[in-house]
Ligand binder design. Structure first.
Ligand SMILES: NC(=O)c1ccc[n+]([C@@H]2O[C@H](COP(=O)([O-])OP(=O)(O)OC[C@H]3O[C@@H](n4cnc5c(N)ncnc54)[C@H](OP(=O)(O)O)[C@@H]3O)[C@@H](O)[C@H]2O)c1
Length: 380
């Protein structure tokens, strides 16, 4: 019997797929969180009358509309979020986008609940804080397909026998493009990912390859390996989700359909497995290609390696600058290639600090947002 599920970011791509997986498996939904009190959240809440509902945004009128529509009280604010994440015995799927997901991740682990983590920004901005909780016995099952793949490859293995982790990247919609051509990319083009159908921010991050950089930092904190032992290879078919090399030269990789319902379900049913609704994978007729990352054309990856190696607040600064720059790109205020310039300049300007608690992350994040916003304003 699976534990009840609390879905943070219930109206997003990960959140909606989590609800679908849980409904199919008959796993009860104990809680739903979104930012806006809108129609989509109302629809989920009405299908799950026992779920507690919390929002972090919206006006008083909008929240009253939601309460009237679903016929129950709607929680609001950070205390209500922490309370939801602490639902007894729950698996909490964190599908919030952005560094604002960190506090809910920490609240989940502090309550002794299983954290099914899609919100990679929790690990990037607050990796040291999460790591401390995992070392204290907290349970985290990654939902990002690459990290779920590595988690599965490492089952039953001794980390001391691992020589390298290999994260695969689809290469995004602009694989093979020249820097000149990239400068003319529109938001509509960048939002058309060749393989995955995801939220807007991660889709743009996949196009710049910054997403892969965030995943390298996430892997570092999740599996405790140094950056020299985490590599990235472009694999356009996205069928090999990632792989692990062992000291004896053996590789273990994780293959399957590129469908997020698989890693989501794995995180809900672990250590068990259940059949899925995803169509079966066939080997015959498949071609698997691998090529190096074009690091000069896509500097986002090396910016992330650099921030990861600097440690301290640098990954939080990298992420915050990216959140601001991606939003500005989507609003048509800056060009595609300016996203990584804003990140690089923000990293150079914001002083490094140690991360001892959440307040340090919040301070670094705020400082980076202010610097990135002024760089964006200067670039417009
Ligand atoms: N989509 C994928 O396939 C995929 C794969 C791997 C990892 N991930 C990671 O999963 C996370 C979510 O991605 P996504 O693609 O599902 O994003 P998305 O479609 O944009 O959904 C984001 C969700 O987060 C909610 N949200 C945003 N800010 C919030 C806040 N301050 N408080 C509470 N809720 C908030 C949104 O609510 P509103 O709708 O009310 O704004 C929405 O429900 C990201 O970290 C992403 O990198 C996604």
């Amino acid at each position: 019997m699976s534990r009840p599920v609390v879905v943070l970011g219930a109206t997003g791509s990960i959140g909606s797929q989590t609800i679908g997986v849980a409904e199919r498996l008959g796993i009860p939904i104990a809680g739903l969180l979104a930012r806006r009190p809108g129609e989509e959240l109302a629809a989920h809440a009405m299908r799950h009358p026992d779920a507690r509902v919390v929002v972090t945004g919206g006006t008083l009128d909008e929240r009253e509309w939601l309460e009237k529509t679903i016929g129950r009280v709607v929680g609001h604010g950070s205390e209500a979020v922490a309370d939801l994440a602490a639902h007894p015995g729950a698996t909490v799927v964190n599908g919030i986008v952005g560094a604002s997901g960190l506090e809910a991740s920490l609240a989940t682990l502090d309550a002794g609940n299983r954290l099914a983590l899609a919100n990679k920004e929790s690990m990037v901005a607050g990796g040291a804080l999460i790591r401390r909780r995992l070392e204290g016995g907290g349970e985290l099952i990654p939902v990002d397909s690459e990290h779920s793949a590595i988690h599965q490859c490492l089952l039953g293995e001794d980390l001391a026998n691992v020589s390298r982790l290999m994260l695969t990247a689809s290469g995004g919609p602009f694989r093979g493009w020249s820097p000149d051509k990239l400068a003319t990319v529109t938001p509509e083009e960048a939002l058309r990912h060749p393989v995955w159908d995801m939220g807007r921010r991660i889709t743009i991050d996949s196009a710049t390859l910054l997403n892969k950089g965030l995943e390298v930092i996430e892997a570092h904190f999740l599996f405790g390996l140094g950056y020299d032992r985490i590599e990235v290879v472009v694999h356009p078919q996205s069928l090999l989700h990632s792989a692990v090399e062992f000291v004896d030269g053996s590789w273990k990789g994780h293959l399957g359909q590129p469908d997020m319902r698989i890693p989501i379900q794995y995180a809900l049913t672990f250590p068990g497995r259940q059949p899925t609704a995803v169509s079966p994978f066939t080997f015959a007729g498949r071609t698997l290609e691998f090529e190096p990352v074009d690091r000069a054309t896509f500097p986002g990856l090396d910016l992330a390696y650099g921030a990861g190696r600097s440690g301290g607040s640098a990954p939080a600064v990298l992420n915050a600058a990216d959140e601001i720059a991606v939003e500005a790109f989507l609003q048509g205020r800056i060009g595609f290639t300016t996203i990584t310039s804003v990140i690089a300049e923000t990293l150079a300007e914001v002083p490094q600090r140690e991360i001892a608690d959440v307040a340090d992350v919040v301070a670094a994040d705020g400082e980076a947002r202010a610097v990135a916003a002024s760089l964006v304003a200067g670039a417009c």
